[in-house]
Design a protein around this ligand. Structure first.
Ligand SMILES: Nc1ncnc2c1ncn2[C@@H]1O[C@H](COP(=O)(O)OP(=O)(O)OP(=O)(O)O)[C@@H](O)[C@H]1O
Length: 229
C-alpha cells in the first residue's frame, strides 16, 4: 500500500534521511522507532509533502506521490496525525473533524467515527483547545480518518498521554486497521506501545533503517538498546 524506495530528505545542504527502503502492506501496522532527532518526524513530514524529498520515491497504492502537493497526497489516501496533535483549538470538536471531510466529499461526520471515539460525540460542541491531551489525540485521529485514508501516519501519538489512554489508543488503532483495512505507520519511542500495536518494528538510527523485524521475532533487548541514550 505504501512503498518507500531509496528515500533521501535534506534540509538545505544537511541530509537527514539517507536512503530509506520499506513497504507497508494493506492492513499492516508498522512502528518506526528511534531516539529524538533520528529523523522520524522528517520522514512523516516528507511523506505528507511538507518537506521535499531530495532523492528516491514514495508511492501509495502504486501511484507515485513523491512530487505531489500535500492536498493531492491526502486525496490519494495518506492522512497524518502530527506530533503534538495540532488540532484547531478555537474550533469545536465537530468543526475540527469536518475539516477532514472536505477531501472525502461528505458533508456530515460519519457515525462510525463517533462510534470509534464516543467521547468526541459527547464533546462535539466543545472547543478543541479545552480537551485533555488524550481527547485531543483522539480528535486528531478522527480528523485524519475523516479524509477516508488508505495509509494513516501517526507521529509519536503516545507523547504526553497517560498509560490507560495509551492502551485504549492501541485498541482503537487495531480496530481501525481491522475494520478499514488501513495501513498504519506509527513513529514511537515507547517500546511497549510499539510491541502492542505493530506487526513489524523498524528502527531509524541517524537517518538509516538499521532494524526491520516482524513483531513475533523482535529482539526486544536489541531494540531497547537503540532507544536508550
Ligand atoms: N527545519 C529543520 N531544519 C534543519 N534541520 C532540521 C529541521 N527539522 C529537523 N532537523 C534536523 O533533522 C534531524 C531529524 O529531526 P526529526 O525531527 O525528524 O527527528 P525525530 O526522530 O522526529 O525526533 P523527535 O522525536 O525529537 O521528533 C535532527 O538532527 C534535526 O535537528
Amino acid at each position: 500500500m505504501l512503498n518507500v524506495a531509496q528515500y533521501h530528505v535534506a534540509y538545505g545542504q544537511s541530509e537527514v534521511l539517507h536512503g530509506l527502503d520499506f513497504t507497508v502492506a494493506p492492513g499492516e501496522i508498522i512502528a518506526i522507532m528511534g531516539r529524538n532527532g533520528m529523523g522520524k518526524t522528517t520522514l512523516m513530514k516528507s511523506l505528507m509533502g511538507i518537506v521535499p524529498t531530495s532523492n528516491g520515491a514514495a508511492a501509495v497504492d502504486g501511484v507515485d506521490i513523491t512530487t505531489m502537493k500535500s492536498y493531492e497526497r491526502v486525496a490519494r489516501g495518506i492522512a497524518y496525525v502530527p506530533q503534538g496533535r495540532m488540532i484547531f483549538p478555537t474550533m469545536t470538536v465537530q468543526e475540527n473533524i469536518e475539516t477532514g471531510l472536505t477531501i472525502s466529499g461528505q458533508s456530515k461526520v460519519p457515525g462510525d467515527i463517533y462510534e470509534l471515539f464516543p467521547v468526541l460525540l459527547d464533546m462535539k460542541g466543545r472547543r478543541g483547545g479545552n480537551l485533555s491531551g488524550g481527547q485531543q489525540q483522539q480528535l486528531a485521529i478522527a480528523r485524519a480518518l475523516a479524509t477516508n485514508p488508505k495509509v494513516l501516519l501517526l507521529d509519536e501519538p503516545t507523547e504526553g498521554i497517560q498509560p490507560s489512554i495509551i492502551r485504549e489508543m492501541g485498541r482503537v488503532l487495531k480496530r481501525i486497521r481491522d475494520e478499514r483495512g488501513l495501513s498504519i505507520v506509527v513513529s514511537e519511542q515507547v517500546l511497549s506501545f510499539a510491541l502492542d500495536v505493530a506487526d513489524r518494528v523498524l528502527v531509524l538510527e541517524n537517518g538509516r533503517l538499521v532494524h526491520d523485524e516482524p513483531r513475533a521475532s523482535v529482539d526486544e533487548e536489541k531494540v531497547s538498546a537503540f532507544l536508550s541514550v
